[in-house]
Design a protein around this ligand. Structure first.
Ligand code: XLS
Ligand code: NI
Ligand code: NI
Length: 435
């Protein structure tokens, strides 16, 4: 044990009446919701980067956190790993996620960086066995180092493409070795700052080539997890190719990868793309590519991807409603890709953030389950589309009627469809009964 969290004990479920700020009031891991323990629905994962690598800087000032592992050598990396697993244990979080750059200091060469990554993976292997915390996903940081400033897979320099490919390989190997359940690709630099210096067609071909190699390699090494793309419209690049779920689906379809790759959807990214989070989940489910979520929100005034812990139950409830309707998570889970605010410098703040976020999600999940169990809302949707169960409607939908045939029927039957209320206000009030 390190002394980083000294005096703090594991967070326990104490029920809604508890006033203990370090207890769960709603997240009760073994409580059964829709026939399954809450922890199996939610599958929480703590993100290594914002909790342990983020230093509290902003564009106007540097580091505000003072962590004993900020020296940046291999001993510091070891200490950081010790503290990280202590947090996972304090929260009883079933999973964690990491980028290579979060866990190991960069080496002077590719080979040295990989050697260090593998060393950390040895340490993780032991800790996973000891604590039971598992790896939800691994990923490569292909955006922080200056070599990636003009893109990784989409770089105009093929040597950078090669370096990125090698880095992804190393990270897939480690993810596979650690029993990771998914591998994520987030393309922060896969886009452009100005169209003036960019051939978008060529860059998207490069990106698809990389993704195809990732899929091939996954099969070659027998990695059974899902490959996930994390859409985001911009930030850091002015425009990113993985703009939103539907853009990613179109891209996958174009390159024949829609059966091989799914999406990891983040709340703040959905908002940046001009959508609600539940919109993105519903679209992913409709396209058949729903994978996993990053449950961190933006500050709605500043408009940036501030990666804060969720604290709005109604929003989270609608998201879990769509997730439950999509059949729930299979390999995916609820990752907190989430940052403390830069003034929250105490170790205890890490617990407040995660406990609050997990409780918010638990309440959201329970509300979503209650909506489903009550059935009124699902019945409304059923009835709204009931006309499509009719014989003629089904024939139209299945492509058994041509435009001319339909036109003839409309004329003969003298069809005169009457508008029906969409009942939005009724529905909003109905949902409010549960949240
Ligand atoms: C950044 C992304 C990033 C991914 C993993 O906005 O959310 O943190 O989740 O690379
Ligand atoms: Ni994310
Ligand atoms: Ni993000």
């Amino acid at each position: 044990m390190t002394d980083f969290f000294k005096g703090l004990t594991p967070a326990k479920y104490e029920g809604p009446e508890s006033t203990n700020p370090l207890a769960f009031r709603h997240y009760n891991p073994d409580e059964i919701v829709l026939g399954k323990p809450m922890k199996e629905h939610l599958r929480f994962a703590v993100a290594y980067w914002h909790s342990f690598a983020w230093e509290g800087g902003d564009p106007f000032g540097g580091r505000t956190f003072d962590r004993p592992w900020f020296g940046g050598d291999m001993d510091d990396a070891r200490l950081k790993a010790d503290v990280a697993f202590e947090l996972f244990t304090l929260l009883d979080a079933p999973y964690f996620c990491f980028h290579d750059a979060d866990v190991r200091p960069e080496g002077e060469s590719y080979a040295k960086s990989v050697k260090r990554l593998n060393k950390l993976a040895d340490i993780f292997e032991e800790k996973i066995a000891e604590t039971g915390t598992k790896l939800l996903w691994g990923t490569a940081n292909l955006f922080s180092n200056r070599r990636f400033m003009s893109g990784a897979a989409t770089n105009p320099d093929p040597d950078v493409f090669a370096y990125a490919a090698a880095t992804i390989k190393a990270n897939m190997d480690v993810t596979h070795r650690l029993g990771g359940e998914n591998y994520v690709l987030w393309g922060g630099r896969e886009g452009y700052e100005t169209l003036l210096n960019t051939r978008v067609g060529q860059e998207m071909d490069q990106m698809a080539r990389m993704l195809s190699m990732v899929v091939d390699y996954k099969h070659k090494i027998g990695f059974e997890g899902a490959i996930l793309i994390e859409p985001k419209p911009q930030e850091p690049a002015k425009h990113q190719y993985d703009y939103d779920v539907s853009t990613v689906y179109g891209f996958l379809k174009k390159y024949g990868l829609e059966k091989e790759v799914k999406v990891n959807i983040e709340v703040g990214h959905a908002i940046l793309a001009g959508h609600t989070f539940e919109h993105e989940v519903a679209m992913a489910s409709a396209h058949g590519i729903f994978g996993s979520i990053d449950m961190n929100r933006n500050d709605y005034q500043s408009g940036w991807d501030t990666d804060q812990f969720p604290n709005n139950v109604p929003e989270v409830a609608l998201a879990y409603y769509h997730i439950l309707k999509a059949g729930g998570f299979t390999t995916g889970g609820t990752n907190f890709d989430s940052k403390l605010r830069r003034q929250s410098i105490d170790p205890e703040d890490l617990l407040h953030g995660h406990i609050g976020g997990m409780d918010t999600c638990a309440r959201g999940l329970k509300a979503a389950a209650a909506i489903i169990e009550d059935g009124t809302y699902d019945k409304f949707l059923e009835e709204r589309y009931a006309g499509w169960n009719g014989k003629e409607a089904q024939a139209m939908l299945k492509g058994e009627r041509s435009l001319e045939e339909i036109a003839a029927r409309v004329e003969t039957d003298d069809l005169d469809p009457q508008p029906r209320s969409g009942r939005q206000e009724y529905l909003e009030n109905l949902i409010n009964r549960f949240v």
